[in-house]
Design a binder for this molecule. Sequence first.
Ligand SMILES: *Cc1c(COP(=O)(O)O)cnc(C)c1O
Length: 430
Amino acid sequence: MNYYSLNKKAPNTTFRHAVINGIAPDRGLYFPESITPLPAYFFEHIDQLSNTEIAFTAIKQFVGDDIPEKDLKAIIEDTLQFDFPLVEVEDNVYSLELFHGPTMAFKDVGARFMARCLQYFNKNNDEKVTVLVATSGDTGGAVASGFLGVKGVDVVILYPKGKVSDIQERQLTTLGQNITALEVDGVFDDCQDMVKSAFLDTDITNSRKLTSANSINVARWMPQLFYFLFAYKRLKKHGQKIAFSVPSGNFGNICAGILAHKLGMPADQFIASTNVNDVVPKFLETGNYEPVASKQTISNAMDVGNPSNFIRIQELYGNDTNALKEVFSSSSYTDDTTKDAMKSIYNKSGYTADPHGAVGYLGLKNYLKDHPETVGAFLETAHPVKFLDVVKETLDIDIAIPEQIQSVLNKKKEKISISDYSGLKRFLLS
Ligand SMILES: *Cc1c(COP(=O)(O)O)cnc(C)c1O
């Protein structure tokens, strides 16, 4: 499978090179040249397939010949070493729990898949690759864990100072080995801009091979389509229309869901639920796409002012906003509304949602009001323990700390502070 740049000013390239380079030379995001729907019987009989079989069938065409089937199967098997429970919260409302991986947020799947692809591509190569990644919270931990100890790969993580939770910070600053954390005096968008600038800086790229592990990278972005298929496998038995509500920041996860739909997965609606960082809901309302500086919220992994994957969603609909609106909607919620939702879910169902999942729940409930015949899942993208302070304070409960988190709690944070792009450049050239 070949990939083209959405800026259309760079040559097309293979999956392998799209993964190794991360972003195209013209700064565009890579996009697959073709999307071939899977046969109808795949969806009819999906409940008889294992998660590994489903994932392999869905991703195979996007990898093409760059990884032999046997090796691709092994990569998927190794990536999907945990469960993806679908928990009934209310009638017609399910939580798709994506937090059972090593760092307890959904990004584990994309990070693990990408790390293993890179390791495969690097296997006969002594050239070191540096994975440079900006995080609004969970990416850093997932990438650090996914890439820890991978030979030939150095990982450099940029995160905004004081804007990630204590547990998130520990997950990315305590591993050591091939992982370095840079604490940036700024917001997430500053981190993301610095990463993009570094990719275009020949002083750096002449001395280091750089790649990204944000959802910009196709190997991080695409495997997220697995979740939607895993949920569909269990939702289809209801024989109802299906909606997915995805708490969205950079819109990579929901874009992968729409990709699953393009592969033929029956679904009626994809709801991008956001916090007050509402560029996309505003765009759908007004037709104007106006990126702004991100605002800090209690669902910090979604504090994104210029979602990098929205352009891929538009591409999936040939930039036809009316066609897009038939399956895609978006709504925005304040922190207060989110906390109220966390309380009401807990009081009604005894279910503990984290702030991101609660935003997803709100978007789904809003849609179901007008579509009572639909069954829906909101993606519970992180374990509530990752946002311990907010969850404890809002629900007035204690949460048992799972083992994955316990193991980082007492480790010492190691980080390097930088305040601007020159700081990043100095570090990468040193
Ligand atoms: C990253 C993240 C999101 C946002 O996902 P996108 O793919 O960037 O839209 C939502 N919730 C949590 C917990 C996350 O870590």
